[in-house]
Design a protein around this ligand. Structure first.
Ligand SMILES: [Zn+2]
Length: 337
C-alpha cells in the first residue's frame, strides 16, 4: 500500500501555549488554553467573513501537522500554525517580499490583507492571516465543495485539499477541537497476543520491511477504531486483504489489514470514534481479492504519518501498549466505583 522508507518520525510536537504565563503550567493545560484561544479566533473571523470556524481550524491543523519542528508557531508566540509564503502574501513580483502595506500588496496581487484593523497586513498576525485566507476562499463560494476548490487553489496540492476537507468534516461533526483519546483495537479480556514486530522481514511480495504490529487473535474477533477519525480507504489490497484506513486529526493514517469483513455501519468518508467496531479479525490477503487462509488469523495494524510531501510509517507497538494499559486502568476505575 503506502510506500515508506521506514523512518521513525519524532514524537508529536507539543502544542503551543496561548500567551506568556507567569507560572509554568502542565502541558495539557497549556494545550487546552491554546485551543480555547484558537477557537475564539476562528469564531471571530468566522463572524466577519461567514466562513465556518471548522474550516479555519482544518487549515490551521493541517499546517500544524506538516510543520517542521521549530518552524512552527511556538517560536513567534502565534496562535495558528498557518505560514503564508512571502511571494503569496506580498505578491510574486512585489520587490518588497516583507511588504505589510495592503495597498501595494493588493497592487502586486498578493493575498495579504489587514484583518485586525491596524492598517497593516502582517503575515505573522493571526487575524490578518485568517482574514486574508477567508477572502481568498470566498472568491470560490461558501459551500463545502467551493471550500475544497479554494483550498486546492491555495496549496495546489490534492493531498492538502483532501486532508483539510477531512479535518473540516471531523471538526464539524464533533463541534470541538479536542479529538484526542484512543482505544485498543481489540476488546480487552479476549484471546489475543502481540509483540513488537517492527521492521522484521516479510516473506510475501518482495523486500518490504514489516510496517506495523501483528495482533494474533481468533477469526471473527471484533476490530475497533483506535482513534477519532474519518474512513479514508476501504476495500481489497493485495498485501492487506480486506483492509480499512482511518485518518485522524493529527494527520495519521491508521491501517487495519487482513480483516474477514467490515461492520456495515462503516463506509468511506464516515466518522468513527475510539472503540467503535469497524470489522473482524481474519486472514485475508497475499493474493487476488478473496484470498484467505495463507497465514494464521491476525490483525495487522500500522500507523503512517503524513508530513505533507512524504508519509512515514512508525512503530505502533508503544502506542498499542499504552492504549491497552489506559483502557485496563479505566475499566478498573469503573468497577471500583
Ligand atoms: Zn503484519
Amino acid at each position: 500500500m503506502l510506500c515508506s522508507t521506514g523512518g521513525v518520525p519524532a514524537a508529536e510536537a507539543a502544542q503551543s501555549s496561548a500567551a506568556p504565563k507567569p507560572q509554568v503550567s502542565p502541558p495539557a493545560d497549556a494545550a487546552k488554553a491554546a485551543a480555547a484561544s484558537r477557537m475564539q479566533l476562528y469564531q471571530q473571523i468566522s463572524a466577519t467573513t461567514g466562513i465556518p470556524w471548522f474550516r479555519f481550524a482544518a487549515i490551521d491543523q493541517y499546517e500544524r501537522t506538516i510543520a517542521k519542528k521549530g518552524a512552527a508557531a511556538e517560536e513567534n508566540s502565534r496562535l495558528t500554525a498557518i505560514a503564508v509564503p512571502p511571494p503569496i502574501w506580498s505578491g510574486p513580483l512585489n520587490p518588497n517580499q516583507q511588504d505589510t502595506s495592503p495597498a501595494t500588496i493588493g497592487f502586486f496581487g498578493g493575498l495579504g490583507l489587514d484583518g485586525s484593523g491596524d492598517g497593516i497586513a502582517d503575515s505573522s498576525n493571526d487575524a490578518d492571516v485568517l482574514y486574508s485566507l477567508a477572502r481568498h476562499l470566498l472568491k470560490y463560494g461558501i459551500n463545502a465543495n467551493d471550500f475544497s476548490i479554494g483550498v486546492w487553489e491555495y496549496y495546489h496540492s490534492g493531498r492538502a485539499s483532501q486532508r483539510i476537507t477531512q479535518f473540516a468534516k471531523l471538526y464539524e461533526h464533533f463541534g470541538r477541537l479536542d479529538l484526542s483519546g484512543n482505544a485498543f483495537p481489540l476488546p480487552l479480556g479476549t484471546m489475543y497476543s502481540y509483540r513488537s514486530t517492527w521492521g522484521t522481514g516479510r516473506s510475501w511480495g518482495g523486500a518490504r520491511i514489516h510496517e506495523g504490529t501483528d495482533l494474533f487473535a481468533p477469526h471473527g474477533l471484533t476490530v475497533r477504531s483506535t482513534c477519532y477519525g474519518l474512513v479514508e480507504t476501504k476495500g481489497w489490497n493485495r498485501y492487506g486483504g480486506w483492509r480499512i484506513g482511518i485518518r485522524d486529526i493529527d494527520n495519521r493514517y491508521h491501517y487495519y489489514a487482513h480483516l474477514t469483513g467490515y461492520d456495515k455501519s462503516v463506509s468511506r468518508g464516515d466518522v468513527v470514534i475510539p472503540g467503535q467496531t469497524i470489522g473482524w479479525v481474519g486472514s485475508s490477503g497475499y493474493g487476488n481479492p478473496g484470498t484467505q487462509g495463507k497465514f494464521p488469523p491476525h490483525l495487522h495494524y500500522g500507523i503512517y504519518k503524513d508530513r505533507g510531501m512524504t508519509e512515514w510509517a512508525f512503530d505502533p507497538y508503544p502506542s498499542l501498549k499504552q492504549w491497552e494499559k489506559q483502557e485496563y486502568r479505566a475499566l478498573k476505575n469503573k468497577r471500583s466505583k
